[in-house]
Design a protein around this ligand. Sequence first.
Ligand code: BT5
Length: 237
Amino acid sequence: MIGEKIIWVATLPSTNDFLKENWHRLPHGTIVVAESQTSGRGRYNRYWYSPEGGLWFSILFKPRKQIKPTFFTKICCVAIVKALSFFEIDTKIKWPNDVYYKDKKLAGILSESVFEESTLKVVVVGIGLNVNNDIPKELKDKATSLREISTKDYDLKTTLKIILKYINQLLRRYLNKPEALTRVWKGLLIQKEGQQITFKLGDDIKTGKIFKIEDEKMILTVDDQQIQVSSLEILEP
Ligand code: BT5
């Protein structure tokens, strides 16, 4: 079970780094929560603002069979959306796995894997959910928190417990049916096949049409050519 062991600490540089450094001695399903992080990270080493009041945690998955690491990312992403809808907060997923409330980011996920001789040993899924924390000025127009949305504070332990309940439920349901999970995840995406999107490619801002959303990549038609991406900074919608 995910969350049978929970390590709750006041502060850490990054909960993902903690699990990547300690996975050998920790059981599958271990959660580490830090009330604040001093070097919280996003993808591509971008910073993740993690002061007190937010829910910053990582989950250690030690898969018993070979499975795509993105399976666990999707499980967590869908679980967050479901947990938030339990709180009557309606969110969607910005491809591939940001959780958005209207046009603002509420939660982000950073997945990292450890392979040994091309065998997948560990997947660490780090989740950052803005709960009661403040949002700094520079992020005000693109990020939000549960407190900002519903003008009340949330108990972090209860919030975590509900997210973990959904993670366990989804794992039971989809471990042997990853393609069904992909369909659920696709249904929650803001971006849809056939839709026009504006995105950043290197230093350029481009527009293209989504041709297909697959399990681990998106195929886009840009300037009459098809390109495949596994990650992309989508500006709109
Ligand atoms: C993510 O990266 O969205 C993944 C964030 C994962 C954070 C968790 S917290 C627990 C665990 N330990 C870690 O060290 N990390 C994980 P990305 O898509 O690259 O988004 C990063 C961008 O989001 C930054 O460049 C900012 O623009 C913005 N950002 C930074 N802090 C934010 C916050 N608290 N809320 C919303 N947006 C934020």
